[in-house]
Design a protein around this ligand. Structure first.
Ligand code: F6P
Length: 531
């Protein structure tokens, strides 16, 4: 049996290790100048009527390095792996599943035959449902139009819809208000439901498994809230929607078949906003807007599938950061959207990248022996400049960052927009060039590599393309590291351990717990005040 060579045993990996030793002898700003700066290192991609630009001119990337990174991708069999992804092969080997989120946004004829009809039927059905709620054609049990949508879900069943609704909702003026409930904290549900009228509230339960603790408990409490006020069990069927792969559990909850939309096991949670999990998106921007989101993602899919690695934006993004993480020692990466509408992008990309590629074994189960995904964090610019950028400029830690800019705002405050863009460029420039001062406390070291991404406008189409680009970045890095980007077994242990603790906090004996946790349980029980 032939075994797959470890990434670090590949010729290109070894060459890159030597190149990195060479590269750090020069300052980033010198490399940027000698490689031709923006002119040479920026990549423009026209998608439909829009343009997405990836600027790598503030990265330690000369032509030889880039060529060797491309060689690394080839040595890892990148093109074959990419084909397997789109063909629906079971690349999620630990769960024996395909990862066919690309099929959700492909035109009918281009979807793999096995999923073609079911995707179409569901897309049409939840699109019609969303539009009926938007227009008031579908009403609550007392005949009133819906005014408030409460989306209950967590992780991939929350972060994507929340990001997209936040980013685009304001462009679609209409009467619906959106509320998201993820955390199991009782304070979250109290705040979420405060002031809502059950007669005009539609509640979506989004959970692929329908067993996720937070969604189960929040869903049950929301149902009690509803019933306490309406006292009509039958009305549940007209006010609760479920998006799930666990149809029986949803029916047992009281969801009617008309209000039930499927998600399939070949759609990973963090890749599911393109499915009926995106129902609140369709309600916020309409079925036609949702289709535009899919079209943008599909345009990026086509680019990713067909463009050679040298000009392939997701692949370039992935390889650039493999260079930073594995060869230049960077262990954390900031997502810095300079656009208020994208303020939730860091959270979304954190799950997408850390849950997908935070792995330490290869696909065959052997230890990786190299670093995989670093910590992903970030926040909206310019706010971060007055919070965490100090550490970026003068702290002792290395980092890389993605600056994400939208060239044209959807407001009329030109001065604000110009300052916003100027601030982003000022920050990335400072991170690259730094400043020497006679006063050491004023010296800014610089030499931090960053990437700049620019969308011409923020629309459903361009946002779809942006998110699909990051999805494919994750996939490429998984290929380079030879890890399974589509499972997340690491999250299970903590969930299991919470179960006995839940019982013990309720009064049961803490016998059998190790001393640290036992002490904490006993302490919390002591602290609990009687009503
Ligand atoms: O806890 C991790 C996770 O399984 C995520 O991968 C997923 O997006 C989230 O929980 C929610 O799962 P579900 O949609 O089944 O409720």
């Amino acid at each position: 049996m032939t075994t797959t060579p470890k990434p670090q045993d590949l010729p290109a990996w070894k060459r890159l290790t030597r190149m990195a030793e060479q590269s750090i002898q020069s300052r980033l700003s010198e490399i940027s100048e000698t490689t031709g700066g923006f002119e040479h290192s920026s990549h423009r991609l026209t998608l439909g009527n829009h343009e997405l630009m990836l600027d790598l001119s503030k990265q330690r990337l000369d032509q030889k390095t880039l060529a060797t990174l491309v060689q690394l991708a080839n040595e890892r069999g990148f093109e074959g792996q990419r084909k397997l992804l789109f063909d629906g092969a079971q690349i999620n080997t630990s769960e024996h599943r395909s990862a066919l989120h690309t099929a959700l946004r492909a035109p009918f004829a281009e979807r793999p035959a096995l999923v073609r009809d079911t995707v179409e039927e569901t897309l049409q059905r939840f699109g019609r449902f969303a539009d009926a709620v938007r227009t008031g054609a579908r009403r609550g049990f007392t005949g009133k139009s819906f005014s408030d949508i409460v989306h209950i879900g967590i992780g991939g069943s929350y972060l994507g819809p929340r990001l997209v609704v936040d980013a685009l909702h304001a462009q679609y003026p209409e009467s619906l208000r959106f509320h998201f409930l993820a955390n199991i904290d009782g304070a979250a549900i109290d705040r979420c439901l405060a002031g809502l009228n059950p007669e005009t509230t539609l509640i979506i339960l989004a959970s692929k498994s329908f067993t996720t603790l937070e969604t189960r408990v929040n869903g049950t409490s929301a149902r009690s809230w509803f019933l306490e006020r309406t006292t009509d069990e039958k009305a549940v069927a007209e006010h609760f929607v479920a998006v799930t792969g666990n149809i029986d559990a949803a029916r047992a909850f009281g969801i009617s078949d008309d209000f039930l939309f499927p998600v399939w096991d070949w759609v990973g949670g963090r890749f599911s906003l393109w499915s009926a999990v995106g129902l609140p998106i369709a309600m916020a921007i309409g079925a036609a807007g949702f289709q535009e989101l899919l079209n943008g993602a599909n345009a990026m899919d086509r680019h990713f599938l067909n463009a050679p690695i040298e000009n392939n934006l997701p692949a370039l993004l992935a390889l650039t950061d493999v260079w930073n993480y594995n060869f230049l020692g960077v262990n954390n990466h900031a997502i810095l959207p300079y656009d208020h509408r994208l303020s939730r992008l860091p959270d979304y990309l954190q799950q997408l990248q850390m849950e997908s590629n935070g792995k330490s074994v290869h696909v065959d189960g052997t230890p990786v022996g190299i670093h995989t995904m670093p910590v992903i964090w970030g926040g909206e610019g310019t706010n971060g400049q007055h919070a965490f950028h100090q550490l970026m400029h003068q702290g002792t830690r290395s980092f890389t960052a993605d600056f994400i800019l939208i060239a044209n705002a959807d407001h009329k405050h030109d001065t604000h927009q110009r300052w916003l863009l100027a601030s982003a460029l000022g920050q990335s420039q400072a991170m690259m060039i730094g400043e020497q001062s006679e006063l050491s406390h004023r010296t800014v070291a610089g030499d931090h590599a960053t990437t700049t991404l620019v969308l011409d406008q923020l629309t459903p189409f361009t946002l779809g393309a942006l998110l699909a680009m990051y999805e494919h970045k994750v996939f490429c890095q998984g290929v380079i590291w030879n890890i399974n980007s589509f499972d997340q077994w690491g999250v299970e242990l903590g969930k299991q351990l919470a179960e006995p603790v839940f019982e013990q906090l309720g009064g049961n004996s803490t016998l059998g717990q190790e001393t640290s946790t036992k002490g904490l349980i006993d302490y919390l029980k002591d602290q609990k005040r009687s009503e």
